[in-house]
Design a protein around this ligand. Structure first.
Ligand SMILES: Nc1ncnc2c1ncn2[C@@H]1O[C@H](COP(=O)(O)OP(=O)(O)OP(=O)(O)O)[C@@H](O)[C@H]1O
Ligand SMILES: [Mg+2]
Length: 262
């Protein structure tokens, strides 16, 4: 049976214009405007939009890291605005997040294995061996060579490898909902496919996923449903194959036309 995992209703996020940060624009900026969508178990929603369209802000709002200016976010049928701090933490622990920037989001002093294990140690402290086995399994699945596992994240890894460590870190607690912010932006074409396969396998096993990206083709490969975001507003949504075949909105057509062709 499909259960509701995420419901976003009329979500608006406005960043106030402080003189120090917004020289000449004291009105601030609406990063998201009247955005609504929902997600059930075992499914993925791809959200595609250009740089600055509000994708990262949306992921932060879904995690409760930005307070909505209008509307609300419901996780497992509970509004984030109406629950206690403990309940919010419990909901947060059912979510995994792959942040956009694997440079600033990974603890630089930890080893690769240590970085993947950190969430496990915080949440399930006691069962160390189980955690280590799980972390190694994920690193192998994500094709990170074993000779890197004991290296420090700061020194030894390329951007793409760091990103795969961030994905393993997000998956180590078997999240029910995974929020991915450009999870393959630093991968080459072949590893991109492998990473997507790892994520899709989890979805087939019951996980739900929101994947935000600027890449229309990745959005289509990841999900049956796509929502197109433009300047913080949803301009079009629907079946990903249909949407690519005959886009209704001029912005979607422009995105499609901008795809490189051989
Ligand atoms: N903390 C903040 N304070 C003020 N404005 C912000 C803040 N975070 C984001 N913004 C603004 O909100 C808008 C959306 O930013 P966001 O980072 O969500 O875009 P994005 O779609 O993730 O872009 P990219 O693809 O480049 O990562 C931008 O205009 C940005 O300037
Ligand atoms: Mg972003």
């Amino acid at each position: 049976m499909e259960n509701s995992v995420l419901k976003v209703k009329d979500l608006g996020i406005h960043f106030k214009g402080r003189r120090r940060f917004f020289r000449g624009n004291s009105e601030g900026v609406w990063a998201l405007k009247a955005l609504s969508f929902s997600l059930t178990t075992n499914s993925t929603l791809s959200i595609v939009g250009e740089s600055g369209s509000g994708k990262t802000t949306l992921i932060r709002a879904l995690l409760g890291l930005v307070v909505p200016t209008t509307g609300n976010v419901e996780l497992w049928e509970r509004s984030l605005a109406a629950i206690t701090d403990e309940e919010r933490l419990a909901a947060r622990r059912r979510c995994g997040c792959v942040p956009q920037d694997p440079y600033s989001s990974l603890p630089p002093t930890l080893t690769v294995l240590g970085a993947v294990l950190e969430p496990w140690n915080i949440v399930r402290g006691g069962r160390k061996d189980e955690g280590i086995a799980k972390a190694k399994e994920l690193l192998t699945e994500l094709k990170l060579p074993e000779n890197l596992w004991k290296m420090r994240v700061r020194y030894a890894l390329s951007g793409g490898q760091r990103q795969r460590v961030a994905i393993a870190r997000a998956l180590v607690l078997d999240p029910e909902l995974l929020l991915c912010d450009e999870p393959t932006a630093m991968q080459d074409v072949s590893t991109r496919g492998e990473v997507l396969e790892v994520l899709n396998r989890r979805v087939a096993l019951g996980m739900s996923m929101v994947l935000v990206t600027h890449d229309l083709l990745l959005a289509r490969c990841a999900a049956k449903r796509v929502l197109v975001l433009h300047r913080g507003e949803a301009v079009e949504s629907g079946d990903s194959t249909e949407l690519l075949k005959c886009p209704a909105h001029a912005y979607t057509r422009a995105l499609l036309a901008a795809l490189p062709r051989l």
